[in-house]
Write a protein that binds this ligand. Structure first.
Ligand SMILES: [Zn+2]
Length: 312
């Protein structure tokens, strides 16, 4: 789902550091800070010691409430976390929950997480890491956006795509889209329909420039409710990738070179709250579809909210 990222990969690939960087980014109070957490404000200082009052860190052996359980993250921690995120934040309206080696959540705890992951309170983000996602319930995984860290994988996949004559930009985009899977990268790289749809969705929904286009787009899509999931996933994926690029991009911005120019323009001026606003708009649209709100009305509201968040 929208507000949960599951970062998986081998030990020592920087999963927890990435989770911390994203958390610091989302909590940073410096509204002028571009792209990265400023490293100086109250929140950033607190994040260095992971002692931000609106950050909840769950990990085996460091229970939030006293427990007998030693070798797992117990359900009592999940209940405590749920209690805390239901309250107003101390320093803002945001809660970040970081779960270290989330496969340490025992089965009862994982089950208890499901409802919260599906409908988290507004402004709540989950950043979970895992070296062994096979030990997570499929229902839990499906509620998270996967981010697989593969230190050598991408380069290998790019080599294979190059051998298959995929052009460089398409290859880079396919790698990002495929989350570490050779097969998916190859399939998606030659799936013209998918790229056409993606381009259209991003142009009409995420980077819509004129209010007068909203009605045109919404009426064009109003009978395509069965494609809602693909539509929302494309949008979420794009926002996640822009945020990921913004947090991890090095000073040469090499890793963002392949991004469409609108994305780069956005990441250059976007502040953490702008990403949050984008995520919340898509999450709200998903929710309204589930509650059977008229699809065209959902889309109009969505495009309007995305417009407000993108044109900053
Ligand atoms: Zn800061």
């Amino acid at each position: 789902m929208n507000h949960a990222i599951l970062i998986s990969g081998e030990r020592g690939t920087g999963k927890w550091s990435l989770a911390q960087a994203i958390a610091a980014f989302l909590l940073c109070e410096d509204i002028h800070s571009e792209q990265k957490p400023c490293g100086k404000c109250r929140s950033c200082t607190q994040m260095e010691g992971l002692s931000h009052p609106d950050l909840i860190v769950m990990r085996k052996g460091k229970p939030l409430v006293p427990t007998e359980t030693k070798n797992a993250i117990p359900v009592s921690d999940v209940l405590e976390m749920q209690k805390r995120i239901s309250l107003q934040g101390f320093q803002g309206n945001r809660h970040i929950v970081m779960i270290y080696h989330s496969e340490d959540l025992n089965e009862a705890a994982q089950n208890k997480m499901l409802k919260t992951l599906e409908e988290p309170p507004a402004g709540t983000f989950f950043l979970m890491t895992s070296v062994n996602p096979d030990r997570l319930l499929p229902t839990l995984i499906s509620r998270c956006r996967p981010l697989k860290i593969q230190p050598w994988g991408d380069r290998e996949i790019l080599r294979v795509l190059a051998e298959n004559n995929v052009d460089e930009i398409r290859a880079q985009e396919s790698v990002m889209e495929a989350g570490g899977s050779f097969g998916k990268a190859l399939t998606v790289s030659s799936d013209e329909e998918y790229w056409k749809l993606r381009e259209k969705v991003l142009r009409e929904f995420l980077f819509c420039d004129h209010r007068s286009d909203i009605l045109k787009t919404s009426s064009e899509w109003k009978d395509r409710k069965d494609e809602a999931d693909v539509l929302f996933s494309i949008l979420e994926n794009a926002v996640h990738r822009m945020m990921h690029g913004a947090v991890t991009a090095d000073s040469s911005r090499e890793s963002m070179r392949w991004m469409p120019s609108e994305w780069i323009e956005f990441t250059e001026k976007a502040r953490p709250k702008d990403y949050v606003q984008l995520f919340e708009a898509i999450a709200l649209a998903r929710k309204r579809v589930r509650f059977s709100v008229n699809f065209q009305a959902v889309l109009e509201q969505l495009i309007l909210s995305l417009m407000e968040a993108v044109h900053i």
